[in-house]
Design a protein around this ligand. Sequence first.
Ligand code: ATP
Ligand code: MG
Length: 163
Amino acid sequence: ATINLTLFTEQIVERFQMSTKNESILFKIKVPSKDVFIIGDRDKLTQLMDNILSNAVKYSPEGGTISCVVKEEKERVIVTIKDEGVGIPKENIPYVFDRFYRVDKARSRNLGGTGLGLAIAKEIVLAHGGNIWVSSDWGKGTAISFSLPYDEAVNEDEDDRTY
Ligand code: ATP
Ligand code: MG
């Protein structure tokens, strides 16, 4: 289906904001001034955002800021979710999208999880013709970005817009 990624992202971030009210995490969102459309599976893309945002929350300290930026490029849209959490050591970065991989079992044991969230996220992004990557500084924070190809037909023809 055609999805208004601007609106879609705002709605998901809003839902996370509501559900983490008592953890004092600050959410910031920046989207393009105009609507951006992509073609995708709404449920899968919701799971993609949930997996990335739930990590950002899980690995953030009290009072941390999580920012979500939607940026248009020529032929694709890039979504970046950035946190001020524990970060990922450089040597572990290449493996975070592997199934069942978790950085430092001791550190993440009490936080819970199976190590599947990002593997599933990657699967979903690839199935949509996009890419996903991570940049992180240990102790400073993590940014997960993914790209999705534009729905060019809709972005060029205003009359086709359904939302
Ligand atoms: P699950 O998502 O299955 O509940 P999980 O969160 O441990 O478990 P992934 O989401 O796949 O698994 O993430 C893999 C590992 O990458 C995590 O265990 C964690 O060590 C590291 N990681 C992922 N996101 C972040 C983040 N935002 N900040 C710090 N470390 C992260
Ligand atoms: Mg996870």
